[in-house]
Design a protein. Structure first.
Length: 190
């Protein structure tokens, strides 16, 4: 395969899988934080992710309030994505390497989601309160369980919330100390 076709295939695979996996991840997080599923954004996410999740839920039960069907779907999609990327590059990966790399990539995706969603929430708080915007209430519902412990450590000073700095610092450290070694281990097993 030519390098141009390989790059184009990798771009398409990354984009399509990335968007759908992000929807499944957000649905899983929305269930964990018990968000308002009457929110129009939530309803879109539910409709987009129901086709694979409904049959999986018949086979895979939830565990301690966690939708294990969504977790398995995320892992399977990530493994398929990495397999297709390796195939388009003319490489092969072992199942163990693929599984470990997928776990690391999913943790990185979760951390990236929180970094971006908190950043969006910060910018929206500067621009304006947004009234009853469904996206803002959704961001607040998703980010508050992460932001609350950081606010206890670093409370608001002079009306400015510095707790996102702690969150960004923690995300960076987790990426360096946890995610990178997991991905490297997966690469060595491949």
């Amino acid at each position: 395969m030519s390098p141009y076709l390989s790059s184009a295939a990798a771009f398409v695979i990354e984009t399509v899988f990335g968007i759908y996996m992000m929807l499944v991840l957000v649905r899983l997080l929305l269930q964990l934080v018990r968000a308002n599923f009457y929110n129009p954004v939530c309803q879109f996410i539910v409709k987009a992710t129901n086709p694979p999740l409904k049959p999986l839920r018949r086979i895979i039960p939830g565990f301690m309030g966690i939708d294990m069907a969504a977790v398995v779907l995320l892992l399977a999609l990530q493994m398929l994505k990495l397999f297709l990327l390796a195939l388009s590059a003319g490489m092969s990966l072992s199942f163990a390497g693929l599984a470990v790399m997928s776990l690391g990539e999913l943790i990185a995706m979760l951390l990236n989601f929180y970094m971006i969603s908190i950043l969006i929430q910060i910018v929206l708080s500067w621009v304006g309160q947004g009234g009853n915007n469904p996206l803002i209430s959704l961001l607040y519902a998703l980010n508050e369980p992460v932001m609350r412990p950081a606010r206890r450590i670093l409370p608001t000073m002079s009306g400015i919330d510095f707790s996102p700095i702690l969150i960004f610092l923690a995300i960076g450290l987790i990426k360096i100390l946890v995610v990178s070694p997991i991905i490297n281990l997966g690469g060595s097993l491949a």
